[in-house]
Design a protein around this ligand. Structure first.
Ligand SMILES: C[S@@+](CC[C@H](N)C(=O)[O-])C[C@H]1O[C@@H](n2cnc3c(N)ncnc32)[C@H](O)[C@@H]1O
Length: 502
């Protein structure tokens, strides 16, 4: 195994650094805020934030190579296998390859503690690296397991069988009285004929060999949203008016809702086409499977699992944690989680185990979880900008000026838990190994929160050197609610590069 010891920016992939300019990568002046918020406190936070931006200005720059397509899931849409299951919050395989090249990580072991659909793991494995991932949600775990199956164990006969099934639809002949397992938030999600077909398809799956059964289950998971009345919408599932569910004042129409047979045929055809395309080398990921590095998935919370890893054992971490943006994966992936048998109780447990990113997350007892995290907590306690933001949010809550009282607890939980994750990452990485993190800044109650700077300062205090914060060329606003109140203020979407201190 080799360790990485060149400066990350000094590679052939490095694009010229743009000088930091006020109003581009740095935070713009705040727009006049609605009087309901404490304008003086907002101003103080803005001023302090500016000092931090100036302190780090030489390390924060707009990186033209990092367009939104590359950093988001979009680039995977053109890529065989990666395109099958759209994990909206994922990044692209190309992004992982870009950073492996940029950091000259050619061997050893990569970790993604928030593995999602496993993009970092498969892209690294295809380069011959070993890859370990941690993922909390069963949907991500299932996507990863299926890709592993395909990568290592699938035969040409299995692919032919899928092609036959896509033509013959044997499940339509199955008689079953089974009903679909539903959660409170997924009840009535499918038109009745679709719910029936899913039940028939599931009964058919049980008659198949394990490999084919796994592939069919995966294909079904890929289409659940498209055959349902719902659409994933960040914080929750949006419901089409045809479902009969009322949701807010506005009527939502998701457009055409595919029939089950149409959708499953299209998905199976796509899978077969990709598998046969790659069949020439009998490989799904561009190289013969023998050249691939081993992949290990750890199912559960990284807050529980990271402390079990040995010190100094990873050559690279590439990850994208949940953002501090109220997105609730347990709600947006509820159709898939229900299908996978998650119960009401375990759904709540999963939500609470996530790194705090929803207003429902309760405070975690981090010291009870790991006494050594006192260090990370002290770092967060001592961070002036974070503490000023937390006091402000708390005071806005006391004065009934927040649109949700869970916001201060979520923001606090996010930063304190991420501090613990960062402490663990520093412990388990080799000297000089790079950590690459994709994350967005956020905005609450009129205050833009520099998640990038605060987490990078935590990293510096916990064993990393801050190499750079690469800013995506286009900024974006936050939720429409925030824009209505305060006007559009671009928030940085960034990739942070830190290096484990020697
Ligand atoms: C932004 S997504 C990662 C997407 C991934 N980069 C990909 O390309 O598919 C963040 C992931 O973190 C997971 N997650 C949240 N809290 C977690 C925890 N405590 N431990 C492990 N995974 C967690 C979520 O379920 C989600 O899949």
């Amino acid at each position: 195994m080799t360790t990485v010891n060149e400066p990350i920016a000094a590679t052939k992939y490095a694009t010229p650094c743009l000088p930091m300019m006020m109003g581009s990568a740095l935070q713009p002046k705040p727009e006049p805020t609605e009087s309901r918020h404490d304008a003086a406190a907002i101003r103080s936070i803005y001023d302090l934030n500016q000092k931090y931006e100036q302190k780090h200005a030489a390390k924060i720059w707009v990186e033209p190579a990092l367009n939104r397509t590359l950093v988001s899931f979009q680039a995977n849409k053109q890529r065989a296998v990666y395109r099958w299951y759209k994990y909206k919050e994922g990044f692209s395989a190309e992004l992982v390859e870009y950073f492996l090249d940029r950091g000259k990580v050619h061997s050893g072991k990569l970790l993604d503690p928030f593995a999602g659909s496993g993009v970092a793991l498969f892209a690294a494995s295809a380069r011959g690296l070993g890859a370990e991932g941690i993922e909390l949600l069963p949907i991500g775990q299932r996507v990863i397991a299926t890709k592993q199956l395909i990568d290592q164990h699938l035969s040409a006969a299995d692919v032919d069988k899928l092609a036959t099934l896509a033509r013959t639809h044997p499940w339509t002949q199955i008689k079953t009285t089974d009903s679909l397992h539903a959660l409170r938030i997924t009840r009535g999600a499918y038109p009745p004929e679709t719910a029936n077909r899913i039940a028939q398809f599931s009964a058919y799956i049980r008659t198949e060999t394990p490999h084919i059964a796994d592939l069919l289950t995966f294909a079904l998971l890929c289409i659940l949203e498209s055959v349902s009345y719902t659409r994933k919408d960040g914080q929750y599932l949006r419901w089409d008016h045809r479902s009969g569910r009322r949701q807010g004042k506005q009527i939502f129409d998701k457009g055409s809702i595919h029939s089950f047979d149409t959708a499953i045929t299209a998905k199976l055809d796509q899978m077969v086409a990709d598998l046969r395309d790659q069949g020439a080398s009998n490989s799904l990921f561009a190289q013969p499977p023998t050249a691939h590095g081993p992949i290990t998935l750890h199912a559960g919370s990284c807050l529980e699992i990271l402390p079990n890893f040995s010190a100094g054992s990873f050559d690279c971490i590439m990850t994208s944690p949940p953002y501090c943006n109220r997105y609730d994966y347990t709600r947006t992936y509820a159709l898939e989680l229900a299908y996978l048998g998650v119960t009401e109780e375990s759904l709540v447990d999963l939500r609470q185990a996530m790194v705090s990113c929803t207003v429902e997350n309760r405070e975690k007892d981090l010291i009870k979880m790991q006494p050594q995290w006192a260090k990370a907590i002290a770092v967060a306690n001592a961070h002036p900008l974070l503490q000023m933001i937390l006091s402000y949010l708390e005071s806005e809550k006391q004065n009934n000026r927040l649109n949700n009282n869970g916001i201060p607890r979520m923001v606090r939980g996010y930063f304190y838990e991420m501090a613990c994750v960062i402490q663990e990452c520093a412990r388990i990485m080799k000297p000089n190994a790079p950590l690459i993190m994709v994350n967005d800044n956020v905005r609450y109650a009129g205050v833009s929160i520099s998640v990038d700077i605060i987490l990078s300062e935590f990293a510096e205090a916990l064993g990393f050197e801050m190499d750079s914060i690469l800013v995506l060329p286009t900024g974006k606003g936050n939720s429409s609610q925030q824009m209505g109140l305060h006007g559009r203020e671009p928030l940085r979407k960034c990739v942070y590069i830190w290096k484990r201190k020697k």
